[in-house]
Each structure stands twice: as C-alpha cells, then as structure tokens.
Design a protein around this ligand. Structure first.
Ligand code: NAD
Ligand code: MG
Length: 382
C-alpha cells in the first residue's frame, strides 16, 4: 500500500490521480489532499474516499468543512500544505498544484524525506538549483509526472547517463499550431483553451498555445536529467503519440509511445520501478494511426521557445522571471485584459528589465517572482 499526499486534488492532474488510485484500491491510499477553490469537487472526492487529512486555501472553506465533517482533520493555507506534505504516514507527495505556489510544499516534503511525484513543473523551472541538490541530500526520488519527462525517464532505463547525447522533447504544437501570425494577433481565450490532443487545466492549456509550456519543459528537462540546453531539441509532433525520446552516443534513438492519457505517467510515478495495468485505458494502435509527423518548431510565430532557452542559459534568477511574468500574463489573458501575443511580449520585457541574481535563495525567489508579476501588471496599466 503506497500512502500518498495529493496536492491540487481538484485539478486536471489531481482528478486523474483519483482515477488511478480508485482503480487500484489495494495498491494506493490517499492519506492527505489539498484543494484551492473548487470545494464542490473536493466534497465529491471526500465522499468517494475517506481521506483523513485535508487542506484548503480559504478560512471560510476551512470553517465550513470542519463543521460539516467533524471526523476529518482540516488544514489551512501554505502552512497547511506543508503540514500535509510532511505527515509521518505520507510516503510520496504528488504535487499537482499549478504555479509557483507549489514550491514551498515541495521543498518541505523533500526535507521530510518524502518522495516527490512532480507535475508542478514551475517548481523546477524556478528553483531547480535548490530542489535537485536537496533531493540528493535527502536521498529521495523525484519522479516526473509531465508526460514528456516521464517518457524520457522511461527511455533512460538501463542506459548510462554519459552515453545519452541528446533529449528529443516532443510537442503537440498546442491549439494554434497551424495559425498564422496574423491569426494569432486576434486569438481568443476560447480558441486557446481548445487543445487538440490533451484535456488539461486552463493555465497549462494557454501555456501550450503560446509554447511557453514547452519552454518550461525544456528547463524542467535540464534539471531532471542534468543535460545542457544545446542537447535538448524540441520537435513538433502533432499526433502526440511519441511522448519524447533520447538519442544515445551510438545514434540509437529510444522513445516511449502511447495514447495521450496522463494517467499513465501519474501511475508510473506512483508505482516506479514497477508497472501495473492502467484501468479503463485504450491501447495504442499504430496501424490505426498510420502516419506520424515530426518537424522543427517555428520560432518566429512562437518566440516563447527561444526566450525560454535564453532564460535557461542565463540561469540564476532569470527562469523565475520568465515563469512569474508568464503566470501573471497568462492570467491577464484569461481575464480578457491583454491580447494573446502580449503574453510572450510581456515575459520578454520583464526579462530585459531584470538584473540577474546568481544562485538565488528561496526568499530571493519569492521576491523576484512577486516583482516579475508586479512588472507585468504595471506594464499593462494595472
Ligand atoms: P488545474 O488548474 O486543473 O489544477 C490545479 C490544482 O491546484 C487545483 O486543485 C487547484 O485548486 C490547486 N491550486 C491552484 N492554485 C493554488 C494555490 N495557489 N495554492 C494551492 N492550491 C492551488 O491544473 P492542472 O492542469 O492539473 O496542472 C497542475 C500542474 O501539473 C501544473 O503545474 C501543470 O503544468 C502540470 N501538468 C499538467 C498536465 C495536465 O495534463 N493537466 C500535464 C503535465 C503537467
Ligand atoms: Mg508536458
């Protein structure tokens, strides 16, 4: 029985984690979970599973739930997230919170020697230089949930790290893969939220449309697999069948293929190094698909990608600025306050205005993240 804390249980990854767990009640037990604002969904999950420890963000939700469910333990806010991530009985923390807010619980969970199944990629982008050494120091496993990184992780098994020459990170191209620059100028929130292959939370779906998501994933790969930026290549692959690949020194290319179903990387992070059946899954039929396509990304239309490489290569606090400015701009776009192409323009401006801090501490990162967000809001007159 693996005992799990799930952070962000009401989201896209969180609810798919519930699916995985309820499919194998003899393998997994959720001992704690957290939710942001969707309390209705949280109550549904509470009625489905007798999870004893629950964290919410708002005092009013905490008061309401504590009164209605006196037999469960409730926790509140950032402090609560840390408490449920460091519980004695927790073996692994699946972090499916979206954004910078996932950082502190990850760090504290590692310090409490918990393994981490990481969906919250923003955490590694911003603070890889803190998290990776900490994971080594505490001897914990940091297991990727992001489908591409899970694919790379699976492809690396049995290979010697020094014999891997390159990572081939595949990318669906997002909702606007085939749109011209002119069409992108007038792109609406509704169009951007309509992803061709994956059903995901709103923030990451917009990030996929701008290709910021792939940029974040390039930086995530750098930290997870200790590779140089020159050795990470992004490939547009519209079918989302090859979830990513590695190239070895002898030119062998190894990849992981499958249907686009996030439950596989979620489950694998929880069962690693074992595999168990994936309940209610479709098998991949390559003969039905017939043809697969791969091509280079268009960095003129999608300049988020070269910008992410730039942020990653500069390093220090620059990825934190890239991420913070994006989180703010992404939200402003969803709120109808800015246009689609402005998202990446604002990230670039925030980066240009930033003076890099080498090896930033956690406190410095918190301030730099807040400053990047404030810069973006000010820039658009808010
Ligand atoms: P989502 O928006 O659907 O869910 C986010 C969850 O986090 C919700 O439970 C929400 O209540 C909670 N939350 C939001 N803000 C919070 C805060 N400030 N403090 C505490 N909790 C908060 O997001 P998602 O699509 O499930 O993505 C979660 C993470 O996983 C992101 O980092 C994303 O990049 C990554 N990811 C998602 C997918 C996917 O298919 N959805 C794939 C790969 C990686
Ligand atoms: Mg991904």
């Amino acid at each position: 029985m693996k005992k799990i804390t799930v952070l962000g249980v009401t989201g896209s990854i969180g609810t798919q984690t519930i699916d995985v767990v309820t499919g194998h009640p003899d393998e997994f037990e959720i001992v704690a979970m957290s939710a942001g604002h969707n309390i209705k969904k949280l109550e549904e999950i509470m009625n489905q599973l007798p999870v004893p420890h629950i964290c919410v963000l708002e005092q009013k939700d905490y008061d309401y739930l504590s009164e209605k469910y006196p037999d469960r333990h409730f926790y509140l806010g950032q402090e609560g997230l840390i408490q449920i991530s460091t519980l004695e009985e927790t073996e692994i923390v699946l972090n499916a919170i979206v954004g910078f807010a996932g950082l502190l619980p990850t760090i504290e969970a590692i310090k409490a020697a918990k393994d981490i199944a990481l969906a919250n990629k923003e955490t590694l982008v911003v603070a890889g230089h803190i998290i990776i050494p900490l994971a080594k120091e505490y001897g914990i496993q940091l297991l990727p949930v992001d489908s591409e990184h899970s694919a790379i992780f699976q492809s690396m098994h049995g290979e010697y790290p020094r014999e891997i020459s390159k990572i081939l990170l595949t990318c669906s191209g997002g909702s606007f893969r085939d749109k011209s620059l002119d069409e992108l100028k007038g792109a609406t929130v509704e169009q951007a939220l309509n992803h061709p292959n994956w059903s995901m939370g709103a923030k990451i779906t917009i990030d996929s449309a701008t290709l910021v998501n792939k940029g974040l994933e390039v930086m995530e790969a750098k930290w997870l697999f200790d590779v140089d930026y020159d050795d990470i290549e992004v490939l547009i692959h519209p079918e989302s069948v090859v979830h990513s690949m590695i190239e070895c020194t002898d030119t062998a290319v190894i990849g992981q293929l499958g249907t686009p179903d996030m439950r596989l990387p979620i489950q694998y992070a929880l069962t690693y190094p074992h595999r168990i059946p994936l309940i209610n899954s479709k098998r991949l039929s390559l003969s039905d698909i017939g043809t697969l396509h791969f091509y280079k990304p268009d960095t003129e239309r999608f300049k988020a990608l070269p910008l992410a490489y730039r942020a990653g290569r500069i390093g220090g606090s620059m990825p934190c600025v890239f991420n913070g400015a994006n989180e703010e701009a992404n939200q402003l776009f969803r709120d109808g306050k800015i246009k689609f192409l402005e998202i990446v323009d604002l990230i670039e401006e925030a980066m240009n205005a930033h003076t890099v801090v080498e090896n930033p501490s956690l406190d410095e990162l918190i301030k730099i993240d807040a400053d990047a967000r404030a810069f973006v809001r000010k820039r658009v007159g808010l």
